[in-house]
Structures are given as structure tokens and as C-alpha cells.
Design a protein around this ligand. Structure first.
Ligand code: CP
Ligand code: NVA
Length: 330
């Protein structure tokens, strides 16, 4: 049956079938070709979108903006400092107002419930640009990057190292289970993903002929992995006080040369970014002064190595977000 996502919101990958995710990846590839050959594709001319950010962003915001312009749409960016959202007006009321003015709404915020509520109230497609629980548009870019490197997805071994219950790790577990990659989360037991989500993903993985496992053993967890992925140790919205305990808990799970050498010989390194791989950031410097780390979740050596595909991955955010907007608005 032909895939039709018109009018749907994009809130989490659990809401989408493997075939629908496949379709979005294929549409992304087409858009990437059009962009790289400078072929105009203003397929959504006359439509307008609003981008709402309650947390900061570089990649997600810029990807939505550029993708919107390329598709011929008008784009409005709103952050908490320049709108009534949250302070004087509830998310439900904001959604109902914006739904009258715009054809689609991107929302980056805190709880998953808020983006779900926005989608329920807006009456137009809502796209989740990251919540505390999930980061679904990131997943499409990650899957596309993996497929570009290996030519296929099914059967690859994928290892996430570090804070395995954050939004990116949760989403990766779902993405791998849906698309047939064997998922391993490798981190301290305290930060394993929620049991309920692991169980749900195990069920999905079984249907797709792959596996889900959690381990605190680095050698075991990274052995023969085709993809090694990590994310920052403290996510947006978490308190600053947590840095001390997190650095202690997560430093054994840093992605370094030893980890990459233990992985598959063709392994690639991915990271959603931003990353603390040197001392060129304010937070990186502060953490160095307080706790002595010069690099955190990944060493500069791995980040800058040939195995690292992080900037292809970042570029793919735009092509994949374009596919999501096109598929849901056309
Ligand atoms: N990966 C990602 O979402 O980056 P931003 O926070 O810069 O949008
Ligand atoms: N886990 C990170 C992802 C940033 C793209 C955060 O939420 O800050």
C-alpha cells in the first residue's frame, strides 16, 4: 500500500511503522539529490510554518529554517524570550492560536506530554524538535548517515555509549528496533533506559529480527559494533549540580581509540552534537576547571578521525527534516 503521511504529526518514532520510516528515508535521499544538484524544489509554496523553541538549538532550528525556505514556505521563529508561550499563555492556547495561522508547527521543549498536547490542540501537523524523552527528527538523520556508509541498515550492530536514558538514547533504541539494527546501550546501570521502554523495544525488535540489550561492560558492549554513538553527559534542562556525579558515572564510557579499536573494523562514530571533545566551549572549560576533564563523552582524536561522520550526520538533519515536512504537509 502506498504510504501517505499527509496531515500526521511527527512526535515520536513509536507512532510510525518501519515502512513509514523507510519511506521518510527514501524521500530524504531524493531531497538530498535535489539540493546537491541545485534543483529547485519549492513544493510547498504558499504555506507557512512556526518554529517554537523552549530550549536552545543550532542544528534543529537551522535545519527547519533552511528546509522551510527550500520548500518555498514562510518561516517564523519563536523562543520563550520573544513570545507569550509558557509565561502568559499556556501551550494549549498557543497551539490553538498558531494552528489558525500556520500550516505546521515545530516544537522543542521539556516534557513529551506538552508536544503531544500541542499536536492534539493545534489541528495542523506538529513536529517534535526534541523533548526530555525523545528526539525523533535526529533519528532520521542518523539512520540516513548509517545507510549512506554501509549501504543497508538491517543486521548492523549499533552501540550507544553513556547516558542511556536520555532523549537521544531512548529514540535510538526505538529507531534501531524499528529498522532491524541490533541495539546495545552501554553505560552505568543507574542510567539504563526505563524498563518499560526497553520491553516495548524488545517486542518491536523481535518482529524485525533484531535485538535490544543493555550492558555496563564496555568491552562486551562495543565488540564488533558497526556504529558507536554517544551524546553529552548532561542534557538541556538538567541541573548544573549534576555535572559532578555524571562525570564520575560516565567517564568510563567515554568513546576513545580503545573503544573504536574494539568495534568492527569498518565502524563509524556518530554524535547528535553539540559535543564536548575539547576545551573550546565555555562549559567544557568550566568542567575542566572543576573536575579535570579535557574532553568528555568523546576524545578529540576520535571526533576528528576518519571514522567520525558527525558533520555528514549534521547536514542530514536538514534533508530529513525537509522530508518530514513535505510528507506531512503535501
Ligand atoms: N542535534 C541537535 O538537535 O542539535 P541542536 O541542539 O543544535 O539543535
Ligand atoms: N541529549 C541532548 C541532545 C542535544 C541535541 C540534550 O537534550 O541536551
Amino acid at each position: 500500500m502506498a504510504i501517505n503521511l499527509s496531515g500526521r504529526s511527527f512526535l515520536k518514532l513509536l507512532d510510525f511503522s518501519s515502512e513509514e520510516i523507510r519511506y521518510l528515508l527514501d524521500v530524504s535521499k531524493e531531497f538530498k539529490k535535489l539540493k546537491l544538484t541545485n534543483t529547485p524544489h519549492k513544493y510547498l509554496e504558499g504555506k507557512n510554518i512556526a518554529l517554537l523553541f523552549e530550549k536552545t538549538s543550532t542544528r534543529t532550528r537551522c535545519s527547519f529554517e533552511v528546509a522551510g525556505y527550500d520548500l518555498g514556505m514562510g518561516v517564523t521563529f519563536l523562543d520563550p524570550g520573544s513570545s507569550q508561550m509558557g509565561k502568559k499563555e499556556s501551550i494549549a492556547d498557543t497551539a490553538r492560536v498558531l494552528g489558525r495561522l500556520y500550516d505546521g508547527i515545530e516544537y522543542r521543549g521539556f516534557s513529551q506530554e506538552l508536544v503531544e498536547e500541542m499536536a492534539e490542540k493545534a489541528g495542523v501537523p506538529v513536529w517534535n524538535g526534541l523533548t526530555d524523552d525523545f528526539h525523533p527528527t535526529q533519528m532520521l538523520a542518523d539512520l540516513l548517515t548509517i545507510e549512506e556508509n554501509f549501504g543497508y541498515l538491517k543486521g548492523l550492530n549499533f552501540t550507544f555509549m553513556g547516558d542511556a536514558r536520555n532523549n537521544v538514547a531512548n529514540s535510538l533504541m526505538v529507531a534501531c528496533a524499528k529498522m532491524g539494527l541490533n541495539f546495545t546501550c552501554c553505560g552505568p546501570k543507574e542510567l539504563f533506559p526505563k524498563e518499560e521502554l526497553v520491553k516495548e523495544c524488545e517486542k518491536i525488535a523481535k518482529e524485525n529480527g533484531c535485538t535490544v540489550r543493555c550492558t555496563d561492560n564496555v568491552e562486551e558492549g562495543t565488540k564488533n559494533a558497526h556504529v558507536i554513538y554517544t551524546d553529552i553527559w548532561v542534557s538541556m534542562g538538567e541541573p548544573d549540580e549534576i555535572w559532578e556525579s555524571r562525570t564520575k558515572l560516565l567517564s568510563p564510557y567515554q568513546v576513545n581509540k580503545k573503544v573504536m579499536n574494539n568495534a568492527h573494523k569498518d565502524a563509524i562514530f556518530l554524535h547528535c552534537l553539540p559535543s564536548f571533545h575539547n576545551l573550546d566551549t565555555t562549559i567544557g572549560k568550566e568542567v575542566h576547571e572543576k573536575f579535570g576533564f579535557k574532553e568528555m563523552e568523546v576524545t578529540d582524536e576520535v571526533f576528528e578521525s576518519k571514522q567520525s561522520k558527525v558533520f555528514d550526520e549534521a547536514e542530514n538533519r536538514m534533508h530529513t527534516i525537509k522530508a518530514v515536512m513535505y510528507a506531512t504537509l503535501k
